[in-house]
Design a protein around this ligand. Sequence first.
Ligand code: 2HG
Ligand code: ZN
Length: 452
Amino acid sequence: MNLESLKAIIGPNVIEEDQDIISGATSDWTRRYQGHSTALALPTSTSEVAEILKWCSSNRISVVPQGGNTGMVGGGVPMNGELVLSLKKMTKIEFVDGAPAQLIADAGATLSTVQREAAKNGWVYGVDFSARESATIGGTIATNAGGNHVIRYGDTRKQLISVEAVTAEGIIVGDIRGLVKDNTGYHLPSFLCGSEGTLAVITRARLGLWAKPEEKVVVLVGLESVEEALDIARLFASTNQDMQASEIFFQNGLALVCNRFEIKPPWGGKHSTYLLLEFAGPKGVLERIQASNHGQILQNTESVAIGEDEASRSRLWRYRSLHTEAISGVGIPHKLDVTVPHHQLPYFMNTVGSIVEGCASDSETYLFGHAGDGNIHVNVIGPNENDLTIDKAVLEFVSSLGGSISAEHGIGRAKAAYLHLRRTPEEIRLFKDLKNVFDPIGILNPGVIFFE
Ligand code: 2HG
Ligand code: ZN
């Protein structure tokens, strides 16, 4: 890659060639994907992004767009020496007069800064997940990130009012004027949300916000079966409008978290199954939990912990949110982020471990996730990361139950070979045609979504 002509267009400071710095952007968080590149572009404006892409397009240089590099499916890794286009330096967040429940964020603003800015102004942003300090808004849009609050606010797509983006040929499209009603032809935000950097590079977005709840309460329950946990979760979901998270995890994951972070397990870690519920709403959240018919269930359950203040709420959340880090501490996991229909959840969770063991007896399966959405994270430690036998078996099992092979992390490289388990050949053909329209010479994130 001869970068001199690019530097002459946008100035030398936008292009980083120091391998010590570039190496931070060439492998993914899980360590499963180790790529390489000779250059990292760090633009500070949409027009610089456009100049870079125009140059890449005329020189047929492939590009991997990157946000916080917290993805879990290898969707932001330059596996073939592509130029990495990092949006990290574009971090502005602004509120717009006359549009109270909205903000405009640059693609590189982190999720946590968007959440904090929204809160300072009396609002809440509907998306939240553990990697909030590093994940960027552009990355969350590109992957249509889900997270902990989907049962209440929906996924990223539901928060998106409008986007600004740059096509592979360097053309700026979309706008962030953000009219609430705007039926002028195809809906660009819908095309780009979840497109994983294969159609265009998202540079800014206008996001919708929600009224900030006055109180939050977290309830952790220790139980003995998936069925019990799902029954409780379902009962609250149908009667309590404050519920915003419904998470599940199990004994082996909890033990790993507690060992690694030296924290005491709740109830000595004696239960097989744990359900964490988060409620948020106007004053009286706890009273409403207790007063509902189902509050009685909690009173009759032996192991219930309630967190009302910030410190005790986050103490309870740690058991769930530290799973990813704890698992990575013992190896490079096979990560399968799947959804199954609600009625199949107990069967899936009770069976998937034995399917994995049938393929690799020397493995440990950790299950955790967003029970309220039917979204379970199957993490397997044991088989070499390049041995995909268990990935295939689990995804085929999911597909046979009518589930999805990717719930919230995207397809990336990790799932590209399995896209056909969820999409018909006709749909995949249409997706490829769409990709060709946006990116006719195929320089944007090659190898992602589609298996070549
Ligand atoms: C979560 O829900 C994230 O904590 C990460 O989606 C899941 O590490 C994983 O597999
Ligand atoms: Zn998740």
